[in-house]
Design a protein around this ligand. Structure first.
Ligand code: DAH
Length: 343
């Protein structure tokens, strides 16, 4: 048995020595120290020994096992270290590769124009207010004297949430909210602009979209006249487009203003001579405006004998197209970087 143990020891140690990786080393362990391993089966024969032989063989067997285990442990950590080193060598990251370039976005032309518009009006003393896009039909129509069955209501045939709630078709609803608030808080006079999104049941073409942007303006004070309206819009458009731009006020009808007008600007492409862009007119329609109707003032609890005011509503897309000489509104919504990068 002694010879058997010594022979086994030298074979086992040689096998440990020969193992090339952790997996085969573990197999060696099973072969010698496993339940059915060689050392285990030698030990099972201990019963056959005499009482004197047993402790001697026992000590030798223990020595063989201890030596095996210590060699085994040393080899395991050597192999694991080697494996880590190989992995580190193989998975090296080449930090000299150029990184992925992040493309810088640019500001959308609608936002650029909107900021210019805010800047001009706030410099004239206007405050910015915002109103909800999901709005009461009362504020969008009724309190603006556009009652059920009114043709102007039909024209803006729109997205109803329920009988009393719609996606607003015009920012004019903010007029009502602002006047009600001002009366409640005793905050007259007032001068506000309110930009935002509006919704109409429109097909998309070069000049229409079911979602677009407007900016409402409202001034209420004592002794406000149509001359104030004209002067304000003239200052605004000249600051936006330069002094050579011309304004034309055309009589019109809106249910919530009296008198009412539409304002045209001389065409930016032809300067007024007539071209395809202005459909030969020389003028481009820009906005609606007028003196706030006395009944609208009354609806909001304002005495029309004490206060008067003017209001206007302009399409921000139109202003943007004209500002940058873009001839198709759809370009504003397509998010094509080649287009957007130009501003
Ligand atoms: N709300 C009108 C529209 O959407 C524009 C407008 C006209 C606004 C006259 C006004 C106004 O404030 O006084 O076409």
């Amino acid at each position: 048995m002694k010879e058997q143990l010594i022979e086994l020891k030298s074979r086992a140690l040689a096998a440990i020595e020969a193992a090339q990786d952790v997996k085969s080393l573990e197999d060696v362990k099973v072969v010698y120290l496993g339940k059915k391993g060689e050392l285990t089966s030698v030990l099972k024969q201990m019963g056959k020994l005499t009482a004197e032989e047993r402790p001697v063989m026992g000590a030798l067997a223990n020595e063989v096992r201890e030596r095996f285990e210590s060699e085994y442990n040393t080899k395991v950590s050597a192999l694991k270290n080697a494996e880590i080193l190989t992995r580190m060598a193989n998975e090296k990251i080449d930090i000299t590769l150029p990184g992925k370039r992040r493309r810088m976005g640019s500001r959308h032309p609608l936002n650029i124009v909107l900021d210019e518009l805010k800047e001009i009006f706030t410099s004239m003393g206007y405050t910015m207010v915002y109103g909800p896009e999901v709005e009461k039909t009362r504020y969008v129509f009724d309190m603006l004297e556009t009652h059920e069955g009114h043709p102007a209501r039909d024209e803006q045939d729109t997205f109803y949430i329920d009988d009393e709630t719609i996606l607003r078709t015009q920012t004019s609803s903010v007029q009502i909210r602002t006047m009600l608030d001002a009366v409640k808080n005793n905050a007259l006079p007032l001068a506000i602009i309110s930009p935002g999104r509006v919704y109409r049941c429109d097909e998309v073409d070069a000049t229409h979209s079911p979602i677009f942007h407007q900016c409402e303006g409202l001034v209420i004070n004592k002794n406000i006249t149509f001359a104030d309206l004209k002067g304000t819009l003239e200052v605004f458009f000249k600051r936006l487009y330069g002094d050579s731009i011309q304004l034309r006020f055309r009589p019109h009808h809106f249910p919530y203003t009296e008198p009412s007008a539409e304002v045209d600007l001389s065409c930016f492409k032809c300067g007024g001579g007539g071209c395809p862009f202005c459909k030969g007119e020389g003028w481009i329609e820009m906005l609606g405006c007028g003196m706030v109707h006395p009944q609208v003032l009354r609806n909001c609890g304002i005495d029309p004998d004490e206060y008067t005011g003017f209001a206007f509503g302009m399409g921000i897309e139109r202003i943007t197209l004209m500002r940058y000489e873009i001839d198709d509104m759809r370009l504003l919504y397509e998010n094509d970087m080649r287009f957007l990068k130009q501003f």
